[in-house]
Every structure is written in C-alpha cells, then in structure tokens.
Ligand binder design. Structure first.
Ligand code: NDP
Ligand code: 2IT
Length: 466
C-alpha cells in the first residue's frame, strides 16, 4: 500500500472511530453516559473496554449475568474532600481532593495519586477504571483505585508542598490502609510527596504501617526499581513486541513525550538497549537532539532543578533545539512512547508517525492516544501497546514493594528488576494469547481488556452480589 493510500484510509477511519457495541452492552454504555454526564475521559475509557467485551459475551454469555459489567463500571466508593492549606504569604488556599475506590475483587484498592490543576472526578474515574484491568493483568493481588487533587505543584515552595500533602493526608488517612487501599504516585506526585504523605499518615495513625503507600524512599520501606519501574517496564514491553517481528531496539530512533518519572526511565532503558532517543518534552514544548538526548542533563533539569525542558537546549548548546510549538510526533522515529498525559497524541499526529514509518507505539502514560490515533495505528497494523499493558510495570513493582513490606524483607536491584521483566513478559504473552484465542491476533488492546476483565469477573462472581 502506498503512503498516500494509507493516509486516505486513515482519514476515512477517523470518521468511524467508535466501533459498534454488542446489543447487551449498548444499554450499559448508555447508562454509563447518562449517569456520568460530562465525564468524557471516563466515558472514553469505558467505551474502549466495552468494545472488547462484546467478544467475551459472544463466547460466554453468562458474563453479562447479575449486572456484572454494570457493577464493574460503578465505583465501589468515591470520596471527595476539601483540602485547605496555607501558602507562604499566609493566605488560605482550598483544593479539592479525590479517592475513587473502584474495585476490590482482587485485593486492596491500588493506584496512584495525581496532583495537577486539570484533575476532576471524571479524570480520576477514568484512571481508576483503567487501573482495575491493568492490575488484574499483572497477575498480582491488587484491586483498582485512583486519587489526587486539583492542586498545581508548579512554582510551589518546599514548605507549600509539604503543607498541602499533610492536609491532603489528614482526610485521606481515614480511608486507606495496607489491607484497604494503597496509594502511590502519578503526575505531580513523586518520591518527595510520598515522603510527606507517609510522614503524616504515620503521625495520625500512630503506627509504622509501611504497606499503606508505595513509591517510598529506600530508607523507610521503599523498593528498589520502583522509581524506574514504569519506564523500564514500558520498554521491556516494546522489546518483546518488536521480538514478534524479529527485531529489537538496537539502532532504533525513539521519541518520548514528557520528561517526568515515566519518560526519564523509559529513555534510560531504551538507551541501554541501544536505541537513540531523539526527542522528549514537557507541557511547554519539546526538545530535539539528533545526537541522542543527554539523559543526565534531563535528570539534572527535571529531578534536581525542577525547571522547564527548554533549559536542555540552552545548556546543551549545539545540536539540540527547543520548539515551543508544533508536535513532538512530527519528529521521525521508529518507536513512539507517549509518556506524558491522556489524549496527548491525536489522529493527525498518528498519521504523521505512520507516514514517517513508525514501527511500534507503546503507551507509557494512561490513555495518551486518542481514539482516532488508536484506530489509525490499528488500521496501519503498527504494533500498538495500550497503557494498561505497557505501563503496568509501575503498579506491579508497587505490589512487589507491598510484598517486601509484608515480609519485612528487602530485595536486591537485580532480583526486583528480574521480577519486573518476568511480569511484563507475562503480561505481553497473556495479551497476545488472549487476542489470538478471540480471533484477533496481534490486537493487544483486545487481549489486555479481555484478559484483565476475565480475572476480575471470575472473582466477582465467586463473591456473589456485593
Ligand atoms: P510526572 O509528573 O513525573 O511527569 C509528567 C510529565 O508529563 C511532565 O513532563 C509533564 O510536563 C508532562 N505533562 C503532564 N501533564 C501534561 C499536559 N496536560 N500536557 C503536556 N504535558 C503534560 O508524571 P509521571 O511520569 O509519573 O506520569 C506520566 C504518565 O504516566 C501519566 O499518564 C501517568 O498516569 C502515567 N503512569 C505513571 C506511573 C507512575 O508510576 N508514575 C505508572 C503508570 C502510568 P510539565 O512538567 O510541563 O507539566
Ligand atoms: O497509573 C499507574 O499505574 C500508577 N500511577 C502507579 C500506581 C501504583 O500504585 O503504583
């Protein structure tokens, strides 16, 4: 097929980005839309999963019994709370905090906390919903949840961050616990914030309950590899996908959006496996470095100085440049790793990547590709890994942190990394086998959704109507 034909086909496909639903699932989706009006990201995430479930219902109609699917789409509990805190000038600020405890069929609710001004209940629900299937797919005993606040950490002092985290935990501590709900980091919540959150939990609960949070520092119950896990895991997934086409990352050009936790460690592992990372970004724009991104410099700018990515081009000088407009996905690459945020890669951008010969796309972020983009990649038969499979290494290593906390043990880096790599290989193979079983070989979206769903559904059925 010529590139022109391919582009035309994609243009047509953009009109049909919504696949038909099974007749039993159509009213379920209509009810989700009615009941969660305006929560577009949540509706988008549910729609994508329901489109896959038609295949399961056709084969096993009993999965539609007892409102099982309706129950999966309804969070078990949603907590919304006020977070008052005092800024450095003495003025009182008020934010809104969330914790959505979505599904506990497989274990305690598990999922990160996001601090970003865009956070609202629909975003937390989409993330919590995705987390159910991601966690199930990992094969580990964790349910699905998510939380956060519409707090903007940008430009805040160390003291303001600490006071915000303390106020947030003052309410959240009522609802979490190592056997109940175990939060971790996400956008805007890294090691520093987890430290403050843990300190306040310990103080309020008056016990050292290490397993109540993951992503902790190494001096107080953290796990080796948790910091690297999401990015490394995404790249392990890519390596295994490329393996099915008898190739690997050696010598490949890679573009990675974002320059936060996931992006940095995806770049690190891609470089270690012989790839050249040619571009990365933040919300202000992207940098291109044809000689290969200097990761030590990115870490210095982002993890130490907490500055904008444009600093990279300024400090690096020749060979690197910063673009405050345009798209990182215009940069030609073999492998694209969206690792910033939801719906950051559009159908038009997918068409550009395809035109430029992209081989594989893996979602390091949660739902970074729009529906148009996903359909474009699928129509062009590009290897495509959905977030709930490709970025599951983070939460999987969180579960390993919980295991170490429960047994008061500490594993080596090598041991933990080997477990991560094994878990990702298992997820990859489970997605592939499931897709094949349901007559859609190579469709990782279908494989991930179905394999995740079946595990949760089996447990929910065993528990009765609860
Ligand atoms: P970080 O806060 O460490 O980094 C986020 C990065 O994405 C920053 O470079 C940020 O730029 C950019 N970004 C965030 N929001 C936007 C936006 N609206 N537009 C453009 N760029 C944006 O977060 P993480 O790396 O932890 O998370 C990144 C993604 O990975 C999220 O989708 C998260 O849900 C997902 N994820 C994270 C896991 C983890 O373990 N941390 C596990 C699995 C998935 P800027 O600084 O300019 O805002
Ligand atoms: O989206 C995710 O999987 C995360 N932010 C990590 C959650 C966790 O509990 O480690």
């Amino acid at each position: 097929m010529t590139q022109h034909m391919q582009t035309q086909m994609i243009a047509q496909d953009r009109i049909q980005t919504v696949l038909p639903l099974d007749e039993k699932l159509e009213p379920i989706f209509a009810e989700v839309v009615r009941r969660n009006a305006g929560e577009t990201e949540f509706q988008q995430a549910v729609r994508e999963v329901l489109e896959s479930l038609g295949h399961v219902i056709a084969k096993h109609p009993d999965y539609a019994d007892d409102a099982l699917i309706e129950r999966i789409c309804e969070p078990e509990r949603q907590i919304i709370f006020r977070v008052p805190w005092m800024d450095d000038s003495g003025a009182v600020q008020v934010n809104r905090g969330f914790r959505v405890q979505f599904n506990s069929a497989l274990g305690p609710y598990k999922g990160g906390l996001r601090f970003h001004p865009s956070v609202n209940v629909g975003i937390i629900k989409f993330l919590g919903f995705e987390q159910i299937f991601k966690n199930a797919l990992s094969g580990l005993p964790i349910g699905g949840g998510k939380g956060g606040a519409d707090f903007d950490p940008k430009g805040k002092s160390e003291g303001e961050i600490m006071r915000f985290c303390q106020s947030f935990m003052t309410e959240l501590h009522h609802h979490i616990g190592e056997h109940t709900d175990v939060p971790a980091g996400d956008i805007g919540v890294g090691g520093r914030e987890i430290g403050y959150l843990f300190g306040q939990y310990k103080r309020l609960a008056n016990r050292f309950e290490a397993g109540v949070l993951t992503g902790k520092g190494m001096t107080y119950g953290g796990s080796r590899v948790r910091t690297q896990a999401t990015g490394y895991g995404t790249v392990y997934f890519v390596q295994r996908m490329l393996g099915t086409k008898h190739t690997d990352l050696e010598g490949k050009r890679v573009a990675v959006s974002g320059s936060g936790n996931v992006a940095i460690y995806a770049m690190e592992k891609a470089i270690a496996l012989g790839a050249t990372v040619v571009a990365c970004s933040d919300s202000s724009g992207h940098v291109i470095d044809e000689n290969g991104i200097d990761l030590d410099l990115v870490k210095e700018i982002k993890e130490v100085r907490r500055e904008r990515i444009s600093e990279y081009a300024r400090l690096k000088g020749t060979g690197a440049h910063f673009l405050g407009s345009g798209s990182i996905w215009d940069v030609p690459c073999d492998v694209a790793l969206p690792c910033a945020t939801q719906n950051e890669l559009s159908g038009r951008e997918a068409a550009t990547l395809i035109k430029n010969g992209v081989l594989a796309v893996a979602e390091g972020a949660n739902m970074p590709c729009t529906r148009e983009a996903v359909r474009a990649f699928q129509s062009a038969e590009i290897l495509f890994a959905p977030g709930k499979a490709a970025n599951a290494g983070g939460v999987a290593t969180s579960a390993l942190e919980m295991q170490q906390n429960a047994s008061r043990d500490r594993w080596t880096f090598e041991q933990t990394n080997a477990r991560l790599s094994e878990i990702i290989a298992g997820i990859h193979d489970r997605c592939r086998e499931t897709a094949e079983e349901y007559g859609a070989p190579g469709n990782y979206i279908l494989g991930a959704n179905i394999a995740g769903f079946v595990r949760v559904a089996e447990s929910m059925r065993a528990h009765g109507v609860v």
